[in-house]
Ligand binder design. Structure first.
Ligand SMILES: [Fe+2]
Length: 174
């Protein structure tokens, strides 16, 4: 996945990851670091594969093939919380700003304008769910929930997000 390697080494991508790390001194749980982003990318890809949906996604999203589809899924996972630091700093909505930042980064690592639209929509939708959200947005949203092993978290009772999450024992499968 050449474009994903380029993304992981992109200076602007890493600048935002660094800002996330700098502003996440507390709390110690639910970090938005590279590990969380890679978890979400992998889980989203698994969700697509386990329902045999990769060819469907290629066709539905009008992509060039399975490798392009995999890179699009991974890029959305790796970028979905890129703007979390802006939320800490200025109270901004991280999914909307993240989509804008992703739009700046993705052409630098050779995603075409059509792929950029699909990825940025999914970044926006991961926290702005709707009945007619995109295929990829729905998978990134679910992968984001499944990536946190809340059932083992000591902050579970106080967590404002936990009651809205998809948390079952099957979360450990991802
Ligand atoms: Fe996330």
């Amino acid at each position: 996945m050449r474009r994903i390697e380029l993304l992981l080494n992109d200076p602007i991508f890493n600048k935002h990851m660094q800002r996330n790390a700098e502003l996440e001194i507390e709390p110690q749980f639910c970090r938005h670091d590279i590990h969380h982003h890679i978890d979400v990318a992998r889980i989203a890809y698994i969700l697509v594969l386990e329902h045999n949906d990769l060819n469907y996604f290629v066709k539905e999203a009008d992509l060039t093939g399975r490798l392009a589809a995999k890179e699009v899924i991974y890029a959305a996972g790796l970028l979905h919380d890129i703007a979390k630091w802006k939320e800490y700093e200025a109270g901004a909505e991280h999914a909307a700003i993240g989509a804008r930042i992703a739009r700046e980064i993705l052409p630098r690592v050779f995603f075409n304008p059509h792929e950029v639209d699909i990825i940025c929509q999914a970044v926006y939708e991961h926290r702005n769910i709707s009945r007619d959200m995109s295929f990829l947005g729905e998978r990134i949203h679910r992968a984001d929930n499944l990536s946190r092993v809340c059932i083992k978290c000591e902050h579970r009772m106080a967590c404002p997000k936990v009651k809205n999450k998809e948390i079952t024992i099957t979360a450990f499968e991802y």
